[in-house]
Design a protein around this ligand. Structure first.
Ligand code: MD6
Ligand code: FE
Length: 238
């Protein structure tokens, strides 16, 4: 058996999950267990409100006609492949919900938690939390079988970090490279309560979600099934 088969690249990083915050690339930091179960439950309640409209949770249609398996509701700005607007012109024409003030504060705290000098994060990123002010969030819901292909987040007119929060079932997060959507990449688990901040030289790294692991949502997170991922962004639009 070859080394590749015995130690598949996909699995190499998983046992590190409990080791605490870790920088995967310059400016890309994973902070396991950042949200408490109580915070997770509270956010899941807000998710229940967001999905009541005016714009429903929907699977976006990609150019060419295929639909994403993930369903999304947006805050601040509505996202559709591959642009932002204030109204959901691809769904029902309704205005997007406001970006909540509490989420701006949470985003700043997230950047402060991830960009700490102790983790070896570059000086230029430490202190960024003071000016970080996200104005859009994509709230994704994954049910069993949902996945997201390798992509770069480049619809924003800003290179400010993206802050990602995960609640519910564990997923495999594939963190790639800035050049191609293929190897080399690192697979890691994002579990309920985890934070991932994606900025600095890693801001345009290809990444994706090859799978969600059914039945792994922890008791008390507010979700029995599926996975919620919130990504906060600075659109650079006005
Ligand atoms: C997800 N996340 O975790 C999909 N993008 O379900 C993303 O696509 C993502 O986690 C930019 C930065 C962080 C992310
Ligand atoms: Fe992304």
């Amino acid at each position: 058996m070859s080394d590749d088969a015995l130690f598949p690249l996909e699995l190499v990083q998983q046992e590190n999950h409990d080791a605490g915050p870790r920088q995967l690339g310059p400016g890309a930091v994973h902070v396991p267990g950042w949200l408490s179960l109580e915070q997770q439950r509270w956010i899941v309640e807000r998710f229940g409100e967001w999905t009541q409209g005016p714009v429903p949770l929907r699977a976006a249609s990609l150019p060419g006609g295929r639909r994403m398996s993930v369903r999304t509701v947006c805050l601040g700005w509505h996202w559709q492949p591959y642009r932002y607007s204030r109204t959901a012109t691809d769904v029902n024409g309704q205005a997007v919900l406001d970006f909540p003030e509490w989420m701006v504060r949470l985003g700043k705290k997230a950047v402060a938690a991830a960009y700490s000098p102790e983790l070896g994060v570059d000086e230029s990123l430490v202190g960024l939390s003071d000016v970080y002010a996200p104005d859009a969030a994509l709230v994704n819901y994954y049910d069993d079988g949902a996945a997201m292909g390798m992509h770069q987040d480049k619809d924003e007119h800003s290179n400010a970090p993206v802050v990602s929060l995960s609640i519910g079932e564990t997923c495999i997060f594939r963190f790639g490279n800035t050049q191609t959507r293929t190897k080399p990449y690192t697979d890691l688990e994002l579990r309920s309560g985890d934070l991932f901040v994606f900025g600095g030289p890693s801001r345009f790294t290809y990444h994706g979600i090859p799978k969600v692991l059914p039945g792994t949502a922890p008791d008390g997170c507010g979700l029995d099934r599926g996975r919620i991922n919130i990504t906060m962004r600075v659109t650079g639009l006005s």
